[in-house]
Design a protein around this ligand. Structure first.
Ligand code: CUA
Length: 335
């Protein structure tokens, strides 16, 4: 469970409490799908190593016997021998490639299987450059939205419905499943499952513009009771301000430019251009995994997002210090 992974994860990890973060790796599977993908990888590597050793061995043999006269090479006996070797090589190579192909198909089929239509369903939409997640429910009132962080219950398959708002993105949580593209105008699905609790990093795996590299997210897999508690909290509207500072902060949010892009449930802010911020204080990171979620980073992000993530849709905000502090105090209450 200790993080030894990519630099960005390490930086995030250095700033938030590090325990519980999983190394982002296809070789550290936490689900049946990811485990079968790793098995396929090891199988292909093993066969490739054998092929490599045989080829290099043959090459060395040829180098050792290279002093064969050209006349000798063209003799019928030599040609006959060369033909036999080529036929033998084909007889070995073609079945090996077929085994690779069939095994690959079998794994892909397993990864793409939809075991149960009644399972938890999350609609994930890719935006330049963040992830929107809507938790489906037969009761419309229970549907809620979050951004860049997906919570799932441990040990249960979860259906992820994929869509794109703009360009092609790709949903990939290496520890949990294979990757799948989000194609504009085309709906697709993927099943993820985590067999052990953990915080798994996911990222966009298809180049989608300037900030493709800063389009990551977290999958938080937790025991069913914890997950249910999280869902209940997310369904609640934002808490009311309890003092004059947080009340002023909410006013800054509602009357300033924040409300032209973001939603905070139960306030006048109801725009859907940017992430839903109803429970922003409960999230691990901000700006699609670009920064740990703390007051300093939030302040920097609000005032000057273009330095942190050049090209992002969020414009700079010139707020008076009092307004900024009130806004930060209010956002910190949105647990
Ligand atoms: Cu979205 Cu790359």
């Amino acid at each position: 469970m200790k993080l030894r992974g990519p630099v960005s994860s390490a930086l995030i990890c250095a700033a938030v409490a590090c325990t519980g973060y999983d190394r982002q790796s296809v070789l550290d599977p936490a689900s049946p799908h990811a485990a079968s993908t790793r098995q396929l990888f090891y199988f292909m590597i093993a066969v490739s190593v054998v092929v490599y050793v045989v080829v290099v061995g043959m090459l060395l043999l040829v180098i050792r016997n290279r002093r064969v006269a050209v006349d000798d090479l063209q003799s019928p006996a030599r040609e006959e021998k060369a033909g036999r070797i080529i036929r033998l090589a084909l007889a070995v190579v073609v079945p090996v490639l077929f085994v690779f192909l069939l095994y690959d198909f079998a794994v892909a089929r397993g990864v793409g299987e939809m075991p149960d239509s009644s399972m938890l369903t999350i609609e994930v939409t890719g935006h330049q450059w963040w992830w929107e997640a809507a938790y489906d429910d037969p009761v419309p009132h229970n549907i809620f939205r979050t951004a860049n962080e997906i919570h799932i219950p441990v040990g249960r398959p979860v259906r992820i419905k994929l869509a794109s708002h703009d360009v092609i993105h790709s949903f990939w949580v290496p520890n949990l499943s294979g990757k799948k593209d989000l194609i504009p105008g085309h709906k697709d699905e993927l099943v993820i499952q985590a067999d052990r609790p953990g915080i798994y990093r996911g990222q966009c795996a298809e180049f989608c513009g300037l900030e493709h590299a800063k389009m990551s997210f977290w999958v938080v897999a937790e025991p069913v009771q914890d997950f249910s508690r999280w869902v209940e909290r997310q369904r609640q509207p934002a808490p009311e301000p309890t003092d004059s500072i947080t009340a002023a902060g909410r006013a800054v949010f509602e009357t300033g430019s924040c409300a032209t892009c973001h939603t905070i449930a139960s306030t006048r802010a109801a725009a859907t251009v940017g992430p839903n911020l109803t429970h922003i204080a409960s999230r691990l990171t901000i700006a699609a995994g670009a920064l740990p979620n703390n007051r300093g980073n939030l302040a920097g992000w609000i005032v000057d997002p273009q330095t942190i993530k050049p090209g992002a849709k969020m414009p700079p905000n010139s707020l008076a210090p009092r307004e900024l502090q009130a806004l930060l105090a209010y956002l910190e209450t949105l647990k």
